[in-house]
Design a protein around this ligand. Sequence first.
Ligand code: BGC
Length: 497
Amino acid sequence: MSFESVHGKKDKALSRRVDEICKEFTIDKSELEELTYHFIDSLEAGLQPLGKDQGTYRNMPMIPSFVTDKPNGTETGLFLAADLGGTNFRICSVELRGDHTFTLQQLKSAIPDELLEEEGVSSHDLFNYLARRTSVFLRKYHPDLLENGESKPLKLGFTFSYPVDQKGLGSGTLIRWTKGFHIQDTVGKDVVQLYQKELETQGLSSVRVVALTNDTVGTFLSHCYSSGDATSSLSGEISDPVIGCIFGTGTNGCYMEEIDNIKKLPQEVRDQLRKEGKTRMIINTEWGSFDNELKVLPVTKYDVAIDQQYSTNPGYHLFEKRISGMFLGEILRNVLVDLHSEGLLFSQYKTYEQLPHRLKTPFKLSSEVLSHIEIDDSTDFRETELSLNQALRLPTTRHERCEIQRIVRAISRRSAFLSAVPIAAVLIKTGALHKRFHGEVEIGCDGSVVEYYPGFRSMLREALALSPLGPDGERKVHIKIAKDGSGVGAALCALVA
Ligand code: BGC
């Protein structure tokens, strides 16, 4: 057999296998429906009083945020905001100007690798680091707010983007870590107290951590502040902010729920809020944990491997592991290694051991690489060749690159289709499309995937139209990028605390 036909055969075998994989990643209309209705059930279930499994929160946590009002853009004041999220810690000062605008100064630092290690890291190490960065920030950007090294009284809103059990606006205990942290002694502790204590050891006792919030709540508030409430502004807006969501390293969303429906809030708390004239509260859904039981979520062998072998929280946040930026590259890495083991890719490496080290390293392949491959229309997929070489030191043939692009597109499409599910579900559950402003709604979004991943938003819209919302519902949904949610949102929380 000629050299060419051997290669032709191999190429065909690879293409056939990739066809199968792409099929496994496809979500059709009926699956979208099933997922959406199961999501609505999970929203309802999560609002009920916690059952016997309350210690584990395997279901969607649906955390009451204790934020009961939407800002309208007229809020004013200077606040500090700290943000511990996926890969960075950010400390900022936010001046709300009261006209939908703000000024923000910030110090952003990559979380040191040693704090993400599995062994020997304590809460003290983490929160001491946060307090030291806070002190550096104040000395560098706000010497005006310091007197003899001590700060003037300042309120700080803390955006902590991990599931917490929140008992009020100013406190919350960590339920579990997600997105790479392992520090066991933080679980069950009040993260506000941990941070406050370390601020005090840095001589910053006048900085008071008054509000604890989640990035998704921050995004929602900041979107409301910047866009303004149509009933109270003259900006001519005709849609209503309904959901705040994050599609970045992790994924999550929040929305406003009728307090009467939040049965998990003790009766006396609901009565008190009603007395104060409050009718709604923002719920942080923690939708990354949708369907941890895998009743309706699609499951490929790659999803199982990532959850069980490589993730820090096996069995939890399974929705997030199919959607968010932290996992998209890892899914592709698992597929590539698997195709190599089947003898269909990278035949220059005879064994697994011989593969480039980076291809064997979990989480080494970032979603940014996928975003380059996704839209590569260069001759012979040169962009892809370059990206894979740079990121993984992995040489590829033209045909391999063409097939890798198909896999990348299947992974991102599944991510975007799944991302449409919570949006459709919340809109149906709240009946938002049948309310004021002709049912036009705004979704305030933040995160690298929704902001930068090419085509993500159009695929999400395509899925919304296929979902039970239908094309008429989809047309009423305005997806807006809300910037600086964790800064402005935390400041707005500190304001009302
Ligand atoms: C966390 C959420 C957070 C989301 C987006 C998830 O892993 O559990 O609290 O909002 O990531 O950052």
